[in-house]
Ligand binder design. Structure first.
Ligand SMILES: CC(=O)N[C@H](C=O)[C@@H](O)[C@H](O)[C@H](O)COP(=O)(O)O
Length: 230
């Protein structure tokens, strides 16, 4: 199964359709509609947050899904699929790929990434696992552990990486050249030109979220560009 899913997403655009509880587009089947729009627009996959959205999208969209659960624990900064509990919930949804934070930070309960990885593989051998990383070292480590896909998702979102040059095309290139796993360019892609640059740098596929599915953030960018008069 894994191989087929990878072939389906190769060279394509995956659209992230997420709205957290505090965001205007949360609930009411809106992410399902976003995902249908993305599919009709030519997306090859969908990234979604939480069992409810994943199941609802699945009813209308027959594309590979990257499932995550964003959950904040008091003892860790890691919030994308932080523990085995979120993996269990995601495995139940049938999402083909599960993505988890693989940054070099303390995990909830002090569990090490190696331990979590081993447990997931033992219990869910068929799942494809994607590593949301912020640096080259983290990506190489995840690839070495056996993650099926390595993504640049967290670049710019850890205290030791910077948002100033997203998308980090050089990071994509370096990982694609060295990690021997499909690399997913994700994070800060705002234009078709940037998407093309990420793929040109060797990404296997790329994820675009905010620039397509978060109208509040898109509006902010336009508003910020308004000339100030008077
Ligand atoms: C850092 C983090 O929490 N990233 C999240 C991961 O699921 C999402 O909020 C992003 O929208 C997603 O990665 C796509 O990236 P962008 O929205 O920049 O195209």
């Amino acid at each position: 199964m894994g191989h087929k899913v990878l072939e389906q997403i190769r060279g394509g655009l995956i659209v992230s359709c997420q709205a957290l509880e505090n965001e205007p587009l949360h609930g009411d089947g809106i992410m399902q509609r976003m995902a249908v729009a993305a599919m009709l627009g030519g997306a090859v996959g969908i990234r979604a947050n939480g069992p409810e959205d994943i199941r609802s999208i699945r009813q209308k969209v027959d594309l590979p899904m990257i499932g995550i659960i964003k959950k904040v624990y008091p003892d860790s900064e890691i919030y994308i699929t932080p523990t085995i509990r979120e993996v269990e919930l995601l495995a139940d949804t049938g999402a083909e790929i599960i993505s988890l934070d693989c940054t070099d930070r303390k995990r909830p309960g002090g569990i090490r990434l190696e331990e979590l990885y081993r447990e997931i593989r033992e219990r869910y051998p068929k799942l494809l696992l994607m590593a949301d990383c912020s640096t080259y070292q983290e990506g190489m480590k995840a690839a070495g552990l056996g993650f099926d896909l390595v993504a640049t998702t967290m670049c710019g979102y850890t205290p030791y990486t910077s948002q100033t040059r997203l998308p980090d095309v050089d990071l994509v290139r370096k990982l694609a050249e060295n990690c021997k796993k499909p690399v997913i360019g994700e994070g800060g892609i705002w234009s078709p030109e940037q998407l093309a640059a990420v793929l040109d740098a060797g990404a296997f596929a790329a994820v675009v979220g905010t620039a397509i599915t978060r109208p509040m953030e898109i509006t902010k960018r336009f508003v910020a560009a308004l000339p100030t008069w008077g």
